[in-house]
Design a protein around this ligand. Sequence first.
Ligand code: C2E
Ligand code: CA
Ligand code: CA
Ligand code: CA
Length: 279
Amino acid sequence: AKQEGRDRHRFFTAELQAQSARMLSLENALRQALHNDELHLHYQPQLSIDGRRLVGAEALLRWNHPQMGAISPAEFIPVAESSGLILPIGAWVLRTAAAQMQAWLQQGMPADTTMAVNLSLAQFNDAGLCDLVATVLKETGLPAACLELELTESVAMHKPAEVIEVVRRLRELGVRLAIDDFGTGYSSLSYLKQFEAHKLKIDQSFVRNLSQDSDDQSIVQAILGLAHSLDMLAIAEGVETREQQSELQLLGCDEAQGYLFSRPLPAEAFEAWVRAWQA
Ligand code: C2E
Ligand code: CA
Ligand code: CA
Ligand code: CA
């Protein structure tokens, strides 16, 4: 039994070492990624719940390493966050997505379409965030109302008082705010009210079994009631089936995003998708 314990210990130690070695090599590789042009954005369409109108796009980061291949954001975003690399990378994401959106507006995309960009906690804690956003808007010429910043519910509730102050200054710039992964954290309703976000994003975990699970239907209904009573729009993420879409429509959800409409796409493929969708 003693030997078994030692073996287990050794096994877990080896696993931990392998894991931290991978994290470290990812961190070193990520340091080069920006300069080596290995990062790209994909864009996923957001539609009105009836699927008729394009209301926006969400920018999602992609990393293609020359040897390791495509690495999932679920794996490298935490590395970027813990190493501080999320600040330069996040600034690049913001610039690139804003410039892309401005180009699309000039190509005739309706002026009320929005570009959503994900922000990390480290970016919210950075004193330079508001200046960065203001500079990017100025440099790209993108109207502030066309930029939507997404912060997750857990980031929003991490240090609510501080975050609310940053959010207030961002709102003064005229950008829109969305609370991401809503329903997975623990929101204080009084704080939620103070955020004055424009949109709640219903986490895909509540959407997955929506057609069968009456608990999930109740949760989504409650989130929609909350959103609408606070004058926010609600968008459902991870919508993959017609059944989910019609259930959401029945419940009164405003917008939807998911593989049913399109996967996140490179800019040119996104443009082709929009043309085909309108046709
Ligand atoms: P998120 O912000 O919640 O993004 C939604 C995720 O769901 C994306 O995964 C998207 O590709 C995926 N998705 C979209 N539609 C469907 C669907 O119908 N079914 C399923 N199963 N999944 C769907 P992705 O692109 O792998 O990104 C994962 C997470 O990484 C994001 O979750 C976000 O938290 C983070 N992330 C991605 N890009 C950025 C970024 O530029 N900055 C920051 N800070 N985080 C980012
Ligand atoms: Ca998001
Ligand atoms: Ca989300
Ligand atoms: Ca998520």
